[in-house]
Design a protein around this ligand. Structure first.
Ligand code: SF4
Length: 346
């Protein structure tokens, strides 16, 4: 941290005061909504986050109301936003704060950082914005700005690069208004110093930018190979009864606890019909099913999923939990795919 901003600090702050977007969580000093906004904004576009943020706070206006909620209610409010582990962690963390901190979100970085799902980024963001703790943040936007400004060959995507960038961010963060400082860096990266086609002519810190001065903006940050996208085939079946569609619970690390039509992942060359029939028998159902001829493309983190859609009717008694949903039913935590299929089915 630093008592004196770098030379470009005043220009950045002045720009931020004039040009920051009027986001619903700006200017708030209550740690709970700031925490919610920071968790939602991870890996998700701000335009997507805004309606979810407003609806989530209407549904759970305080940390205590979130802590009291059932898991399904929290997942339902998160439904469609993706990365559901964030919602489970936030829910667990709210319960822990009520149990161990009398419902007060701790302003101590160690205590806050021990809460489920809270890493260095969230700690820096929430505690600097709300409690004026001079802690740095480093997300993709800040990393890009710092890498270009300092012509630093370091990427947040590789551990060594991330360590160098965290160290640099830590030396820059000021004692006064560290929250504004962090938000200004993030805002610059989100709106001006964008990944491709940065608007250097409109940039408040262009005079100090080493990448621009040497004509090498495109070289920073260095490109690090992304995790390869895995192509996956899946088949789901819409079992209909009196205008409603059957949903069963998914399990596994990404979608655990969310609801979706019964389905199976298909191995190379595997035919969907028999695999779906096996899955339905496992669920206790005897069904007549047929392909719709539709394939829905769906992406979750690094998986590009092609989903073959079948439909049919079934008899028998469902083994395990199931839901019969229609498109108006917003109270259950469906996967994004489940909601999409339900909307189209009806
Ligand atoms: Fe980014 Fe261009 Fe500004 Fe440098 S001058 S920080 S490359 S927008």
């Amino acid at each position: 941290m630093s008592d004196a901003s770098p030379a470009w600090g005043a220009a950045l702050r002045a720009w931020y005061r004039r040009h920051r977007r009027p986001l619903p969580w700006r200017g708030i000093r209550d740690p709970y909504p700031i925490w919610v906004s920071e968790v939602m904004a991870q890996q998700t576009r701000i335009a997507t986050v805004q309606p979810y943020y407003a609806a989530f706070l209407r549904r759970f206006p305080s940390l205590r109301s979130l802590a009291r909620a059932k898991r399904d209610q929290v997942l339902a409010a998160w439904s469609g936003l993706g990365y559901y582990r964030r919602a489970r962690h936030l829910h667990d963390a709210a319960r822990l704060v009520v149990r161990e901190h009398s419902g007060r979100i701790p302003d101590d970085p160690e205590a806050f950082g021990r809460l489920p799902g809270v890493g260095r980024y969230t700690t820096g963001a929430v505690l600097s914005i709300v409690f004026d703790r001079p802690l740095p943040v480093l997300d993709g936007n800040v990393a890009r700005v710092l890498s270009r400004l300092h012509a630093l060959r370091a990427s947040i995507r590789d551990p060594r690069g991330a360590r160098r960038l965290w160290t640099l961010a830590g030396t820059l963060v000021p004692m006064r208004n560290p929250g504004d400082w962090n938000q200004a860096l993030m805002e610059l990266g989100a709106t001006v110093c964008t990944p491709s086609g940065p608007d250097c002519a409109a940039c408040p810190v262009r005079k100090w930018c080493r990448a621009l001065a040497t004509g090498r903006v495109g070289a920073f940050p260095p490109v690090v190979a992304r995790r390869a996208v895995e192509k996956v085939r899946r088949a789901v079946v819409l079992i209909e009864r009196r205008g409603r569609v059957l949903m069963v619970r998914r399990s596994g690390p990404l979608l655990d606890g969310l609801w979706e039509p019964p389905g199976v992942e298909l191995r190379d060359g595997q035919v969907a019909g028999p695999a779906l029939q096996r899955e339905l028998r496992r669920l206790g159902l005897s069904a007549i099913i047929q392909p719709t001829g539709r394939t829905v493309k769906h992406t979750i983190t690094h998986r590009a999923i092609a989903v073959e859609v079948w439909r049919g009717s079934a008899t028998g008694r469902l083994r395990g939990p199931g839901l019969w949903c229609d498109a108006r039913d917003g109270s259950h935590p469906l996967t994004a795919l489940g909601r999409r299929l339900l909307m189209r089915a009806q």
